[in-house]
Design a protein around this ligand. Structure first.
Ligand code: IDC
Length: 489
């Protein structure tokens, strides 16, 4: 699969979407001097779709809050949403701003989105009680009041032309998402020997980004930021980092499970693989969270078994615990996943913060080889931070990739704190090895945290402006360049 093909297809999709927006907001977009809310279906897959509203303040005064209401036809529903609160009942839906995205300056836009079930589209949209298509506000001094434009009429019944007569899409299957993407090219992955192989049995390398902890930085992993990650950075994979402690899953299992469901859908709609990262860290014994992990992974695997793009990372960084305890945990969690999603690749963390025991001065490669996890179709995880982890780490990793199936789900170009100066030279040494051996990787992290390892400068996520390189820290610009280079699928 060439990047060029993917670009062409993405460009084609964008033009269809542009046409859709035009049809919905016809006659108002350029002339509007009042706020508008424009709906687009970002992608559709037969049984559902990703919907997006863009609220643009075409007026001359700042909006301090917003509310968008509409009706869905029966048979169409909403399974999850982001960047807004949702209320309403039955087919009546009401979305309103969150605390951080209610203020919209003149000329600015905010976006929220949802995953729809069924095939219908919203009708009767109102933004703060006014038609979403907006209109030209008559100035008080105008001598000749303008007649309301047809599109500004709130009582307009949904005409056939308001629901765009989009030609049937090339019907991507429900499981593989949009065409021309890493997932469309590679389909269901499996571990063949020590490699990660695609549906054709070809060894491939995936490159992408890890979110920061979604309990802190959910606002950096949005439909808009993931558009940039997929289309501009050309990432193959998104790692969804859900901490268990530190304000994560244990505080509200329902909410965090739903967040992960939603990120899986967002990645799927963009044709990226999704790694579900059970980000256990402190305490370091994964068995402490065993019951929680079983509950969580049962629901995730049940819901997403029909997809080909989900990988399960069952223990981020075990520490201060033996390999045999980690193996015991893996041997209990993996069957919970496999009963529901038999084909999925599973990733297992290794001792001493997924260092293959190097951090504890041990030799995890030999220990694991002597006593591997019982299940097949799995890979072992290695993490490194280039400014902290020199030859001892590198040499163990080099030995591991010739011995075990390995996946690097986290690395940084800086110190193990995720902060401090970058060592791009040492980082490149690891990347060269991973390219040569086709070891897949995700970099830590796709957020605007203040530390040097967060790719965006502080404050980026509040602006919603992720494109280009203007808001990237040095580590962000460096890793973006290394994700964007063509794949060999
Ligand atoms: C760090 C975050 C930091 C957060 C801390 C909490 O950068 O904002 O306060 O976690 O535990 C890892 C971990 C990952 C760390 C990262 C950088 O998997 O959670 O993130 N790191 O320290 N292993 C090695 C480095």
């Amino acid at each position: 699969m060439s990047r060029n093909l993917r670009n062409v297809l993405v460009a084609g999709t964008v033009s269809v979407l542009a046409a859709v927006s035009l049809a919905v907001a016809v006659g108002s977009a350029s002339a509007a001097t009042t706020p508008t809310a424009t709906f687009t279906k970002v992608s559709e897959w037969g049984s559902g779709f990703e919907g997006r509203y863009t609220i643009t303040n075409g007026g001359s005064s700042t909006m301090n809050s917003w509310q968008v209401s509409f009706t869905l036809p029966s048979g169409t529903g909403i399974s999850s949403h982001w960047d807004a609160t949702r209320s309403g009942s039955g087919q009546q839906v009401v979305f309103a701003n969150l605390s951080w995205n209610g203020t919209v300056a003149p000329g600015a836009s905010v976006v929220f989105g949802f995953i729809g079930t069924g095939t219908g589209s919203p009708t009767g949209c109102l933004l703060n009680g006014q038609p979403c298509a907006g209109g030209t506000q008559p100035s008080p001094s105008a001598s000749t009041p303008r007649p309301p434009s047809p599109s500004a009429s709130p009582s307009r019944p949904p005409s056939p032309s308001a629901s765009p007569s989009k030609p049937p899409s090339p019907s991507p299957s429900a499981s593989s998402g949009p065409t021309g993407t890493p997932v469309a090219a590679n389909g269901q992955l499996r571990v063949c020997g020590r490699q990660l192989c695609n549906k054709n049995g070809k060894a491939i390398q995936l490159r992408g980004m890890s979110t920061h902890g979604i309990q802190w930085y959910a606002d950096c992993a949005t439909a808009g930021s993931l558009d940039v990650l997929a289309n501009e950075w050309k990432a193959d994979v998104l790692r969804i980092s859900m901490y268990i402690q530190e304000g994560g899953y244990e505080t509200d299992p329902r909410r965090f499970t739903d967040l992960v469901h939603n990120y899986i859908e967002l990645a799927t709609a963009r044709g990226m693989y999704a790694i579900v990262d059970w980000h256990m860290l402190d305490p370091g014994d994964p068995n402490v969270n065993l019951a929680r992990a079983k509950t969580f992974f049962a629901e995730i695997a049940e819901r997403h078994a029909g997809k080909v793009n989900v990988l399960y990372e069952i223990a981020n960084e075990p520490n201060e615990v033996s390999w045999s305890s980690i193996k015991s945990y893996a041997d209990q969690v993996i069957p919970v996943i496999r009963q529901r999603d038999p084909e999925a690749v599973v990733l297992v963390g290794t001792p001493d913060w997924s260092s293959l025991s190097v951090s504890g001065n041990g030799n995890g490669v030999a220990t694991i080889t002597a006593n591997p996890v019982t299940a097949g179709n799995l890979m072992y995880v290695f993490h490194f931070y280039a400014a902290s982890h020199g030859n001892a780490y590198y040499n163990t990793f080099a030995q591991a990739v010739d011995t075990l199936p390995m996946f690097v789900t986290e690395f940084g170009t800086q110190q193990a704190t995720g902060d401090g100066p970058n060592d791009f030279t040492n980082a490149q040494r690891y990347l060269d090895l991973m390219a040569a051996k086709k070891v897949s990787w995700t970099n830590w992290n796709y957020s605007d945290d203040f530390r040097s390892g967060a790719v965006f400068t502080t404050g980026t996520c509040a602006t919603g402006q992720y494109g280009g390189t203007g808001r990237l820290k040095p580590a962000g610009a460096w890793v973006r360049d290394r994700i964007r280079t063509p794949d060999d699928f």
